[in-house]
Design a protein. Structure first.
Length: 201
């Protein structure tokens, strides 16, 4: 239980996809103009990360990596399909993106082109690749990591959207309007999140 809590909190604050690794910046910058839309995209990213990480974890540990297929028999113990991991992870992510598109048409209409871009959102693929790198002990920890990473990404984009809504009524120097001030705020928020880097649970 302690490991699950630690993984959850660290994935939100310490290993935040936006502020620690700057992953998923394209949709983060494009959709963070409105809190409602940002919240919708954040929930979609959280859903896809939570669903795809345990599936990719099981594929990695029971199909792809060296010796993973030994449950089929001793003759499969030496089979190594890890070279397929990248493309299989992408296929799983794209499949779940299509599910969101099919079952949440209102969200799809409000996000337009950005929802299909979740399929190539580097934060989501990064979650699966970090799962591979961190070698989690079981599927439960991988699922919690996916949920926490999604919530962390959603927290970042909703926070940025709230700030950008207020900035619309602020007197910002002309050269900094738009993406200029957004990059500065992202950097400042990233520095603020660095306060959590020493957090241990």
């Amino acid at each position: 239980m302690e490991e699950l809590l630690s993984t959850f909190v660290r994935s939100i604050f310490v290993d935040n996809m936006i502020f620690a690794y700057y992953l998923g910046m394209c949709s983060f910058l494009a959709v963070s103009k409105n809190v409602k839309t940002a919240l919708g995209l954040g929930m979609a990213v959280t859903f896809i990360l939570t669903c795809t990480l345990p599936i990719n974890y099981m594929l990695e540990n029971y199909v792809l990596k060296e010796g993973a297929l030994q449950w089929l028999g001793a003759e499969f113990a030496g089979v190594n399909l890890s070279f397929l991991a990248f493309i299989i992870f992408i296929a799983i992510i794209a499949s779940f993106t299509q599910l969101v598109e099919k079952f949440a048409p209102a969200l799809y209409a409000s996000l337009g082109i950005f929802l299909p871009l979740i399929a190539v959102n580097c934060a989501i693929l990064g979650g699966s690749l970090f799962m591979q790198q961190k070698a989690f002990p079981n599927v439960g920890v991988a699922t919690v990591y996916g949920l926490g990473s999604g919530i962390g990404w959603m927290l970042a984009i909703v926070g940025m959207a709230a700030i950008r809504e207020k900035l619309a009524y602020s007197d910002i120097p002309k050269p900094l309007k738009g993406l200029g001030i957004t990059f500065i705020i992202t950097g400042l928020m990233g520095m603020a999140f660095m306060c959590f880097s020493g957090l241990k649970i």
